[in-house]
Write a protein that binds this ligand. Structure first.
Ligand SMILES: *Cc1c(COP(=O)(O)O)cnc(C)c1O
Length: 228
């Protein structure tokens, strides 16, 4: 089932790229494996997946210890400052940096271990109460502040779009995130890249790709429904 789902997902991404006139090489698929057993990740791995997304630190670390070391682990869930120390050195990209205090904690741990950490700044584009991330308006200032931390490197932006029945409803959300990235890029801030846009989940990733996503985060579409 995972194999077929992966083929279908990759085909859908390719179709969306073609529709938008984008190069397929610009978009990477993150298999969101939260709550799923290692055996299912193994199957995805055997079918070529090297990017996995998790939303809990403990679970990410446990799976990191068990699975092959060429996997790139993505932290996509809300991150508490007291958990940062467990992640550093294991995670490829932290997608969910939503405050200066969290970025400062990442800086502190990165410095201790003498590593560089790549992050994305999470933006709550739709302004939903239940979601993390600053508003479109607040993000530039947060980016400017985080840019001053020498071991923390902003690679782009991330958003979790609202849950909608019709993915077209999220097109404007994705377009707004893309526009914000373009605006920030134009400011040429030292230590800031806007190459990465992490947006789109199982219900709406094709639309996100059409609007410029470079990472899509697909869980249910690959591994099936989550029961927990
Ligand atoms: C769970 C999760 C996903 C994947 O959601 P699906 O709808 O199962 O594809 C993507 N991004 C984040 C931040 C998540 O927490």
């Amino acid at each position: 089932m995972i194999r077929e789902n992966l083929l279908q997902t990759r085909q859908n991404i390719e179709n969306a790229c073609r529709k938008a006139g984008r190069n397929i090489g610009e978009v990477e698929l993150i298999a969101v494996s939260k709550t799923k057993p290692v055996s299912m990740l193994q199957e995805a791995y055997e079918n070529g997946v090297r990017d996995f997304g998790e939303n809990r630190v403990q679970e990410l670390v446990d799976k990191y210890e068990t699975l092959p070391k060429d996997i790139r682990w993505h932290m996509i869930g809300h991150l508490q400052r007291n958990k940062v120390k467990y992640l550093i050195g294991k995670v490829h990209l932290i997608h969910s940096v939503d405050s200066l205090r969290l970025a400062q904690e990442i800086q502190k741990e990165a410095e201790k271990r003498q590593v560089q950490v790549n992050i994305l700044v999470e933006v709550n584009v739709a302004g939903e109460e239940s979601k993390f991330g600053g508003s479109l308006e607040e993000t530039l200032q947060l980016v400017q502040e985080i840019a001053l931390l020498p071991s923390v490197h902003i690679q782009g932006l991330m958003t979790v779009a609202p849950y909608v029945q019709d993915s077209e409803e999220n097109r404007r959300i994705f377009a707004n995130l893309k526009q914000l990235a373009v605006d920030i890029e134009r400011k040429n801030i030292d230590n800031v890249n806007m190459n990465v846009l992490s947006m789109g989940m199982s219900g709406d990733y094709q639309v996100a790709v059409e609007e410029g996503a470079t990472y899509v985060r697909v869980g249910t579409g690959i591994f099936g429904d989550r029961t927990v």
